[in-house]
Design a binder for this molecule. Structure first.
Ligand code: UN1
Length: 512
């Protein structure tokens, strides 16, 4: 693709990351490279090398964390609205660089152009949200039971937050954490996925320029390194009262245990296994689009991607036929080519897992209705796949990060809801219905057990204004909107006595 080769160079240079080997350690500015451990950033769209990054050493990790800690100690004394003004300037910079950064997301992780740009938009949105929040961060005041006493709570900066991110949202998920942590008065050290180091460096540089202009260079640190050298150190490091990690349930189980052992807090955003129920009265056109975007969008590599659908038996055959037809029209290709709806998987390992899941599903009785194969061309492309199942296959208990959709049918809505809940994960869920009672049953206390429950919207593509996260093996964390900011602050309950007496609570007497 000679066209995209030209744009790669201009994208990298406009983001200031065109060096032949970039540093993986940034304590504000880049630290000079010491290790020989260099990773390549591969464009999954054509297999080409986009750049090289020298991984951070333990010593560099130490330099990044100490710098962020020193800056945090000053940052926490800056009034929150002033911190918000600095985040506002970051939002402006992200607006300026939206096109280039969005293109880099597409190049490095294979998202189609509008999704790459959409990811940067999500970063802008959370930054704007954080700016507004910087004049809020409210505490409550309570009525004291003692005369002449006042009781209230206030929220203080927490400290350094470590943010561990996955390849699939290489920009926005960091921003959910970093923009909130920043207005809350915290420092942030980021360990991104080794599959998306360039987006991380470009993102870091954008924010670092703003921070440096205000004397806070290094409040945001970046360490691109291996788990053994950097990740394990980070989760055990007591300078991080909060570790916010996105990734697999296996990773989260380990992070959660290690962080709990030292009485730190963890905020986990782990696997999803999201289902959509379609009732007989649903607007089937809407359902079709919602399912197609949920299952095929981002090549099925969102934690909110639609993995399963449950169709009412009265509509199942005709609707499945329409869905298979729609899948046939999905344009698969280079993510930056106009008209592409589905790009590649992140790498060949992901292709292998896709193929293995399909083989397993078939051995368990699943019937492949369309797709199922790797597409032979440079890059990691596969066909979006629909698998019909008579009853739920054991494989549907597992999240496969690929465009594989399992289709089941149901007779009774309660049974469909039970099956949608009957997986270890609990992130997102949807129902397509025009029936008020069905919608309310799905949303009720015996309905969906997920952190996200939608009506007439697919499972993916949540807005930042709501709290994002899920239950069960999804980890229980909530990030982004609503009151998620509370995770990034420490609560202090204050009681003031303005009387001349010292009454004790609960009527206790201790006179002497
Ligand atoms: C993820 O896949 O880790 O709701 C996050 C969505 C996006 C975020 C997904 N706003 O699909």
């Amino acid at each position: 693709m000679s066209d995209s080769a030209v744009s790669v160079a201009s994208v990298l240079s406009s983001l200031g990351i065109a060096d032949s080997v970039l540093s993986g350690a940034w304590a504000g500015p880049a630290l000079d490279g010491a290790s020989d451990d260099v990773v390549e950033s591969i464009n999954p769209g054509d297999g080409s090398v986009l750049g090289r990054v020298r991984l951070a050493t333990p010593e560099q990790y130490e330099a990044v964390v100490s710098r962020a800690q020193a800056q945090f100690e000053r940052w926490r004394t800056i009034p929150a609205p002033k911190r918000g003004e600095i985040v506002r300037q970051m939002a402006e910079k992200f607006r300026e660089h939206k096109a280039a950064l969005g293109a880099l997301v597409s190049l490095e992780v294979g998202k189609i152009a509008s999704e790459g740009a959409g990811e940067v938009q999500e970063t802008i949105d959370i930054a704007d949200f954080a700016v507004g929040l910087s004049r809020q961060l409210y505490g409550l005041s309570m009525h004291s039971e003692r005369p002449g006493h006042r009781m209230y709570e206030q929220w203080h900066p927490l400290g350094l937050v470590s943010v561990i991110t996955a390849f699939n949202f290489p920009n926005a998920v960091w921003a959910w954490n970093a923009m909130l942590a920043c207005v809350c008065g915290d420092g942030v050290v980021w360990k991104p996925s080794l599959k998306a180091p360039l987006v991380a460096i470009a993102t870091h540089r954008i924010c670092e320029d703003v921070l440096a202009a205000h004397g806070f260079s290094g409040l945001f640190g970046l360490v691109i390194g291996r788990d053994a050298a950097v990740g394990e150190r980070m989760i055990r490091d007591a300078r991080f009262p909060l570790v916010s990690a996105t990734g697999s349930t296996r990773m989260g189980r380990h992070v959660g245990a290690v962080v709990a052992e030292r009485f730190g807090r963890s905020l986990l955003e782990l696997g999803g296994n999201n289902a959509i129920i379609v009732t007989p009265d649903a607007d089937l056109g809407l359902a079709l689009r919602g399912i197609a975007f949920g299952a095929v969008g981002t090549a099925g590599q969102r934690c909110t991607s639609t993995r399963r659908i449950y169709l009412h038996e009265s509509i199942a055959a005709a609707f499945t036929e329409r869905l298979v037809k729609a899948y046939g029209q999905v344009r698969i290709g280079h993510p930056l080519e106009a008209g592409t709806l589905m790009g590649p998987l992140i790498d060949d390992d992901a292709v292998r897992m896709y193929s293995e899941a399909i083989t397993t599903a078939v051995s368990q009785g699943g019937r492949v209705l369309c797709g199922g194969k790797r597409i032979e061309r440079a890059g990691s492309y596969v066909e979006p796949t629909i698998i019909a199942m008579d009853s739920d296959l054991p494989i549907v208990q597992h999240e496969t990060f690929a465009p594989i959709l399992y289709v089941g049918t149901y007779t009774d809505l309660s049974d469909a809801i039970r099956r949608q809940n009957d997986v270890p994960q609990g992130l997102s869920s949807s129902i397509f219905t025009t029936n008020f009672q069905s919608a309310e049953q799905f949303l009720g206390s015996a309905g969906s057990d997920c952190g996200i429950a939608n009506v007439n919207i697919g499972t993916s593509g949540a807005e930042i204004g709501g709290a994002f996260g899920g239950e069960k093996e999804t980890g229980g964390g909530r990030e982004a909107g609503s009151d998620s900011w509370k995770a990034y602050m420490r609560r202090q309950t204050c009681t003031l006595n303005y009387s001349k007496e010292l009454p004790l609570a609960q009527g206790v007497n201790f006179d002497f």
